[in-house]
Design a protein around this ligand. Structure first.
Ligand SMILES: [Zn+2]
Length: 133
C-alpha cells in the first residue's frame, strides 16, 4: 500500500500544493464555462474542456462531515487525529478535507476557515479551524 504522506504532487495538483505553501487558497476555474472545481484535474466535468486557470477564493466553508483517524499515516504522529471535510462557501459542490485544528470537536454545518500548516520544508497542508476563533 502506498501512503499518501508526504503528498506526491502530480501534473494537476502541483499548483495546489505550491499555492498552499504560499498560503493561497485557490481552485481551478474552467476557461470555457467558468465552472470552479476541486480537487484539481485535467478537464472540466461540466464541458470537458481542458483549458483552465487557478482562481483564488475565500478559504471558507462549513463542516460537512469528519472522522477520527486511528491509522498512523503521518510519521511521528501516533495519536488519533480528527479529519474534517469542509464544503466550500464559494463553491458548494466542492469538498476539501484537512486536519481539524481546534481543541473541541467540530459541529455539523459550523462555519470554518482554512489554516495552513507547514509540516516540513516544501509540505504545507490545508487544515480547518472554527471561523469564530
Ligand atoms: Zn467547463
Amino acid at each position: 500500500m502506498t501512503l499518501a504522506y508526504p503528498p506526491q504532487p502530480d501534473r494537476d495538483s502541483a499548483p495546489w500544493w505550491a499555492r498552499a505553501g504560499r498560503r493561497e487558497f485557490a481552485v481551478q476555474e474552467c476557461d470555457s464555462c467558468g465552472t470552479l472545481r476541486f480537487p484539481p484535474r485535467a478537464f472540466c466535468a461540466a464541458c470537458r474542456r481542458e483549458a483552465w486557470h487557478w482562481r483564488r477564493i475565500a478559504p471558507e466553508g462549513t463542516v460537512e462531515s469528519w472522522i477520527v483517524n486511528h491509522q498512523p499515516f503521518v510519521p511521528g504522529r501516533r495519536d488519533p487525529y480528527l479529519v474534517v471535510m469542509a464544503r466550500l462557501t464559494a463553491v458548494p459542490g466542492c469538498l476539501v478535507h484537512g486536519n481539524w485544528r481546534a481543541a473541541r470537536p467540530p459541529k455539523h454545518l459550523e462555519p470554518v476557515v482554512a489554516v495552513f500548516t507547514e509540516v516540513e520544508a516544501e509540505v504545507t497542508l490545508v487544515d480547518w479551524t472554527p471561523a469564530d476563533v
